[in-house]
Design a protein around this ligand. Structure first.
Ligand code: 5GP
Ligand code: ZN
Length: 136
């Protein structure tokens, strides 16, 4: 299903032009308009899912193999030194476009970028309590 008001639906389905680096029946991979590094790309499913909470299992199952294929191919072509795969859900987590997408971010030893989140500081007891909430 597409969402008529969603810009990534329009891009994924070719209604708005994009710098496409890969396409198949289910996905389009495009260059990010405001890249964090050279080659920063986004995997977009052609169907609309708001984020990871909504994506169907069949589509989700194809995402990681595609991310791997793109990472291998782009590393070879761009000569990057590493790779971040990132996916944001909801505003607090940095999601700004509410159509599921995966960031493919080539990393270079000279890129001066960082994705580091400092530890929030939890005791062993607090970790035990969190585990209990999740499995309980
Ligand atoms: P988010 O913050 O939702 O995880 O990521 C959204 C990403 O989409 C951002 O990196 C932003 O630069 C990119 N973006 C937003 N609008 C467009 C667009 O119209 N075209 C392209 N190619 N990228 C976009
Ligand atoms: Zn959409």
């Amino acid at each position: 299903m597409k969402d008529e008001n969603c810009i990534f639906c329009k891009i994924a389905n070719g209604e708005i032009p994009s710098r496409t680096v890969y396409e198949d029946d289910d996905f389009r991979v495009i260059l990010d308009l405001n890249p964090a590094t050279k080659g920063h790309a986004l995997i977009l499913p052609k169907d609309h899912y708001q984020n990871l909470y909504q994506i169907d299992d069949g589509t989700a199952a194809k995402v990681l193999p595609l991310a791997k294929k793109m990472a291998v191919m782009m590393t070879k072509k761009l000569g990057c030194d590493g790779f971040n795969v990132l996916q944001n859900n909801n505003e607090i987590a940095g999601q700004t476009v509410f159509h599921f997408h995966v960031h493919l971010i080539p990393r270079y030893s000279s890129d001066n970028q960082s994705l580091v989140m400092p530890p929030c500081g939890m005791t062993a007891e607090q970790l035990d309590a969190v585990r209990d909430v999740i499995v309980g």
